[in-house]
Ligand binder design. Structure first.
Ligand code: NAP
Length: 276
């Protein structure tokens, strides 16, 4: 049998850690498989995806700026359709199917880091209303969270999330934060604030209840100042690297037929790469 191959498609693509993650699992499971980077400009994307099998691929991860186009070019599952973006494609017979694995990356990371998080009391408070916030909100809805406050600089984008997902989403302005924090059982940062090279997030966590869980999608730096402040208060945390690793699991399983594990060894490998 010939080598099964998948790839990550983006523009640019150099920064992607996906080859490191999938390469680790390919070696771990001793598979005759390959995972490559593909730099594809927006104008060439549709052609590239339509010819995925001819290029020798059984599937692909899709990253910026192609996730919306990938949705249009494939048969999405409920998650990809609800989020409005596809980040994982696979060939199923002659069909090109897609999903959005950020949804399960987000919830599986919380399950791993803070078992039972979804049963803790309080509302969810999501900072940001961009692409990753859509996946986070959908994941929270899947897990039965009843109130999801979404605070965003541009309130129209938070309103758009309510139109997409219904009244479980409550859009709010930044100045509502002190009140919202005191009712929160889960705080999620989906903005790029706090990322290396971006402005700091700078919110005061003192009114968060003691049982609150704090998670940050930003993974560079690994320990953001939000997570450091939460830890200093003794709150449970889950970091962005965990989500990045967990979101990769489903694609690997779909392409190569083995469900891989997110282990301490894999985490260390990617941590070393991020900090070098
Ligand atoms: P996006 O669609 O561009 O959304 C960015 C969000 O950040 C928007 O809500 C935006 O608010 C807000 N924002 C940006 N600059 C701001 C500022 N100066 N003040 C206030 N708000 C600001 O990006 P995304 O795809 O959602 O990604 C967001 C972050 O999540 C990135 O750091 C990304 O690396 C990370 N991420 C991590 C994972 C993971 O697996 N760990 C997965 C996906 C994304 P406006 O709407 O007002 O512009």
């Amino acid at each position: 049998m010939s080598t099964r191959a998948a790839c990550v498609v983006g523009w640019p693509i150099k920064h992607s850690r996906s080859p490191l993650i999938h390469g680790f699992w390919i070696r771990k499971h001793g598979l005759d498989a390959d995972y490559r980077r593909e730099a594809v400009e927006p104008e060439a994307f549709a052609d590239f995806i339509r010819n995925l099998p001819a290029r020798g691929y059984v599937g692909a991860n899709i990253t910026i700026p192609h996730k919306e186009m990938a949705l249009e070019l494939s048969e999405p599952d409920d998650r990809a359709r609800a989020v409005g973006a596809a980040n994982t494609l696979w060939l199923d017979g002659g069909r090109l199917r897609s999903t959005n694995t950020d949804v399960e990356g987000f919830t599986a990371n919380l399950d791993d880091a803070v078992p039972g998080w979804a049963a803790r009391p309080g509302e969810a408070l999501v900072l940001g209303a961009g692409g990753s916030a859509r996946a986070v909100v959908y994941g929270l809805i899947e897990r039965g969270i009843g109130t999801i406050n979404v605070v965003n600089r541009t309130i129209d984008r938070a309103n758009e999330l309510q139109r997409r997902f219904g009244t479980v989403v409550r859009p709010a302005e930044w100045d509502a934060l002190p009140n919202l924090l005191s009712n929160a059982g889960l705080l999620v940062n989906t903005t790029s604030l706090g990322m290396t090279g971006q402005p700091p997030l700078g919110i005061d966590l003192k009114s968060l209840p003691v049982h609150a869980v704090v998670t940050d999608l930003v993974y560079a730096p690994l320990k953001t100042s939000l997570l450091a402040a939460a830890e200093a208060r003794g709150l449970a945390i889950a970091d962005g690297l965990g989500m990045l690793l967990h979101q990769a699991v489903r694609g690997f399983e779909l392409w190569f037929g083995v469900r891989p594990q997110v282990t301490a060894e894999l985490r260390k490998l990617v941590e070393n790469d991020l900090t070098k």
